[in-house]
Design a protein around this ligand. Structure first.
Ligand SMILES: *Cc1c(COP(=O)(O)O)cnc(C)c1O
Length: 394
């Protein structure tokens, strides 16, 4: 143990703890599904992004096992060295076809895809403009790029217009989440596309929470808004959420993808995903194409939760997606209510700064196709009781 290092780190940890922002993990001993065992306790899980219940689907596991038998586990190297397998290649072609793009390129994670795209497309002399509530990976990509980086007020087109007009840059890139991950609301993509065309800016959308859920067959935000790649030329989707697998991709024109292969450092300098993981993602895509029942079920669950929570007077944010945040304000109140729910057997994410702005701590309730009507009713009842308990005592 290096005491010198520990002494340097401890004060920050203490400050974090005193602010009610200390984070701890629960350890799962079951698959990722609606009823899980976490830290040895049976919980009803309202905190995963496995919206369609595909993470533990045996069809994905079978595809993975079959591919592992053929390819083994490790890909052995980066895509540009010798790690690009037939499973990766087929998945890229199927993803491009699914979202209606010329080409798609696999990345190991969504975080890396966002870093890679932004740093490959803009740099010194350029401008990157992002929504204030964008996912951390888009914001980090903006900072890392070396381009002039600014953020506009959430979903505010006037604010974006001002930033774009102020930017004197060779290239201008605008990046937004399609579904904001901590708020559940949607970006006004058609208006953004019009504005970007007028201002000669490139528009990038991160569809991590839209792919698999929005649009026909879950083809994502572009399908849902009837926008093409002429309007939104840079599309990022992840495979670890609704698709229940792991990884991410960028879709767009042949030229975009070739540029990323040459210049996206988080693509070039990292080991390719295991081929068996790509095989699992392929199985997931074919399930999406064939079976719309889980998506319809999810929609019914969202509607039920919103109706019940509305009747109970719970402080829901404006969201029509599977992400249903309950705004509670302070860290202490949020943690106390989340812990109360945990004692009652519900696992709900407590989201605090710095993930969200100070004073807007919240419970992030996520609904999935597998939640029973009874579980949703029980959650709303428990929320009402726990909020009343806390507020009585404080
Ligand atoms: C989860 C998420 C990512 C990161 O994707 P990973 O594959 O988990 O790294 C990027 N953007 C948004 C909006 C996300 O919610």
């Amino acid at each position: 143990m290096n005491l010198f290092l520990d002494q340097a780190l401890l004060p920050e940890l203490l400050t974090c703890e005193q602010a009610g922002r200390y984070r701890v993990r629960k350890t799962l001993s079951s698959a990722q599904q609606v009823c899980v065992i976490a830290d040895g306790r049976a919980l009803c899980n309202f905190s995963s992004n496995d919206y369609l219940g595909l993470a533990a689907d045996p069809r994905l596991a079978k595809a993975m096992v079959r591919a592992a038998d053929q390819y083994g586990v490790g890909s052995g190297s980066a895509h540009l060295v010798s790690g690009h397998s037939k499973e990766h290649h087929a998945l890229e072609e199927e993803l491009a076809d699914f979202v209606g793009a010329e080409r798609a390129l696999l990345f190991s994670t969504g975080y890396m895809a966002n870093l890679g795209v932004i740093t490959a497309l803009v740099g010194r002399g350029d401008a990157i403009v992002e929504d204030k509530l964008n996912h951390a990976s888009l914001l980090d990509g903006g900072r890392l790029s070396g381009a002039a980086f600014s953020r506009f007020i959430h979903n505010d087109l006037e604010s974006l217009t001002r930033q774009l007009q102020a930017a004197s840059a060779r290239r201008k890139l605008v990046a937004v989440d399609s579904v904001f991950s901590m708020d559940g609301d949607l970006a006004p993509l058609p208006s953004l596309a019009t504005l970007c065309r007028q201002q000669q800016a490139f528009l990038m959308v991160d569809d991590a929470h839209g792919l698999g859920v929005l649009g026909s067959r879950g083809r994502g935000i572009l399908d849902a808004t009837e926008l093409g790649f002429d309007a939104v030329p840079i599309y990022m989707g992840t495979l670890g959420k609704a698709l229940g697998s792991f990884g991410a991709f960028v879709a767009g024109s042949h030229t975009l993808i070739e540029s990323l292969i040459q210049f996206a450092r988080s693509y070039i300098y990292t080991t390719a995903l295991p081929p068996a993981v790509a095989a699992a993602s392929r199985a997931s895509l074919s399930i999406l194409r064939e079976d719309s029942a889980p998506r319809e079920m999810l929609q019914a669950r969202i509607t039920l939760f919103k109706t019940l929570a509305g009747q109970a007077g719970l402080p829901l944010l404006e969201s029509s997606t599977a992400i249903q945040p309950l705004l509670l304000g302070g860290e202490a109140r949020t943690m106390a209510i989340a812990n109360g729910l945990y004692q009652r057997g519900f696992w709900v994410g407590a989201i605090r700064p710095p993930t969200v702005p100070v004073g807007s701590s919240r419970l992030r309730i996520t609904l999935t196709a597998g939640h029973s009507e009874q579980a949703i009713r029980a959650l709303v009842d428990a929320l009402v009781i726990e909020m009343a308990n806390y507020d009585q005592q404080h």
